[in-house]
Design a protein around this ligand. Sequence first.
Ligand SMILES: Nc1ncnc2c1ncn2[C@@H]1O[C@H](COP(=O)(O)OP(=O)(O)OP(=O)(O)O)[C@@H](O)[C@H]1O
Ligand SMILES: [Mg+2]
Length: 341
Amino acid sequence: MSSEAHAVIESLPEAAMIVSVNGTVAGSNRTASRLLGRRATGHSLFEHAEGDPEDFIAFLQLCLGSTSPLVGALSLRTVNGVKHLQCRGNRMSLAVGPAVLLRFPLSDKDPFGALTQQVKELNVEIAKRKHVEAVLLESLRERDVLMRELQHRVKNNMQMLAGMLSGAAREATTPEAGAALRDAATRFSAVSSVQQLLYGSDTLETVSSESFVQGLVRAASSLTKDELEIATRIDPVQLPIEPAIPIALILNELLVNAIKHGRSAEKKQRIAIAFLVNGNQVRLEVHDNGPGFGDSTITRRASGLGLVRALLRQLGGRLDLEIENGARCVATFPLPRRKGS
Ligand SMILES: Nc1ncnc2c1ncn2[C@@H]1O[C@H](COP(=O)(O)OP(=O)(O)OP(=O)(O)O)[C@@H](O)[C@H]1O
Ligand SMILES: [Mg+2]
């Protein structure tokens, strides 16, 4: 047998032999010698085997026709007694002619045993993680339910306070006191309308600009019994809940002012609201078709416009008052974004 063929079988970890068609062992590696307890080369394979040699010769014939290994079995007399071993055989070309390379797997244990064990351990780990995930999801759902419940109660309490203020306004002994109490009531209902949107929203963290503006318009327009037409133009964005409250108060004040001061006897009252987003800037406009700001318009710190200016300062924005077929109040401020986005 060539030294190359010998090097090939010697490099294999399992017992390996090169067997000629009649069963003579042309070469074997050290592992094979250890398995049999003596050198097999030069002897007939059937000196080491039990059972019917004809069967095995038929297997060798089959292997001669195949370059990829075929699986067979052979009972070998090993140092540890007779062992029924699985073997793999395939054709190998030697200088002297074709022969069969026979290999005996290292052990008759399940070669996938370690892998099967690992798969089992992984399955246990996956089951554990799935359980943890389910527990976490459940507690998140619980937190969600509790948050909604809390928002719901806060909103109810605010509505109750708004109701108490409206009641007090009706019973106020002076018109000034009545008006002040009414304004306080509308401020409460503006905040509570945002609160209402919050517990109705999917995320609990943001409100959409559309539902936000429409909710405030509904709350404020319920203040007047006079005929009033309100048009809105809203760019859709998600507003984080924290800045949504001051923005709600700003829009509420401008809207209440437009309803209160922007009425002229001859025309039907019309108010146009725009919530426009341009890049990082929001332009919030309330435009009425009333008499416009008079020369005597003064902004008291404690008044509605005073509050609007203070809130806009907090948001990093400003307020412009313009006259164009009525009063136009323009609040500009940076678009608030969710933390981390
Ligand atoms: N849309 C408007 N049209 C005409 N005048 C307005 C308009 N908005 C405000 N003004 C004038 O500006 C003044 C200041 O408004 P501001 O909201 O600060 O106070 P107020 O509405 O009088 O009182 P408060 O808001 O505290 O109830 C008003 O009194 C009013 O004269
Ligand atoms: Mg006002």
